[in-house]
Design a protein around this ligand. Sequence first.
Ligand code: NAP
Length: 287
Amino acid sequence: MIVVTGASGQLGRKIVLHLLQKIPASEIGVSVRDPGKVRDLAKLGVRVRHADYENPQSMYDAWEGAARLLLVSSNAAATGGDPLRQHSAAIATAAKVGVQRIFYTSQVSSSPTSLFPPGRTHAATEAMLAGSGLAWTALRHGFYAASALAMNARGFESGTLELPEDGKVAWTAHDDLAAADATLLAGIEAVDGPTCPLTGSEALDLADLARLASEIMGKPVLRRTISEDAVVARARQRGVPDGAVAVMIGYCRAARAGEFAAVNPSLSQILGRPPVTIRSVLQAEFG
Ligand SMILES: NC(=O)c1ccc[n+]([C@@H]2O[C@H](COP(=O)([O-])OP(=O)(O)OC[C@H]3O[C@@H](n4cnc5c(N)ncnc54)[C@H](OP(=O)(O)O)[C@@H]3O)[C@@H](O)[C@H]2O)c1
């Protein structure tokens, strides 16, 4: 059985839907904090069990019979939680359950010296996996195109994208990553360790996105560089948690340093077609 965690989230759900096109539902399980969010998957015949990364016993029960486990990385840091403690508990539980291979949703910035806080968490988690004695694959995902929309939601609405100086990013669609993850999960051969970067086919910065959005929306969308202090002050005013602000500022610093800029053909090779472009993501959102 293949068990997918985080199946109530955007990525995990899509991975399950792609897996269902490849293997019978009876061979797929999901573990979620709230089974009520995945009733549709249960109706399709997927095994649904409750598990929380904070509760090892719940993971042990939910992952019973899992030969392969897709571990969706925790987003706890954004709200002051400890993703490394959660990942460590998850990896130890997978070993106890007898999982043969863990697939972990890493990111292209994975490095102990990344300027992007999640990049350091991914690197530390990959190191834990390497020391776990289990077979493992780190799915080095490109930066989500959906994050570009989320981080700039107010900017697209007001017509001015305001963040500190950024850099080129090979934005990548959730559905492409999910399709590739499902292919690798269901495949007979598995990549050992980190995959090549799984990215979109072009790298664009916020000024490029503003230009594209202007064309699509038929109204001017500008790019204005503001200071990190201004971002922090504005975020505090809006009650954004400190962890989320650190991620936003870290993204700009890491993008400036080129951490997300590499374009790699691997995703397109796994999919057997070109990845979705950021233009079509923006078109779907604003067109
Ligand atoms: N590659 C990138 O650029 C990028 C960008 C942003 C985030 N990420 C990472 O990718 C992950 C998946 O992305 P996504 O878009 O699918 O995020 P998402 O829609 O927020 O989904 C996150 C999933 O993780 C689950 N989860 C959170 N805390 C958990 C816990 N303590 N125990 C068990 N499950 C827990 C959530 O469950 P609930 O439904 O119960 O909340 C949800 O199913 C994120 O969590 C983050 O680590 C990557």
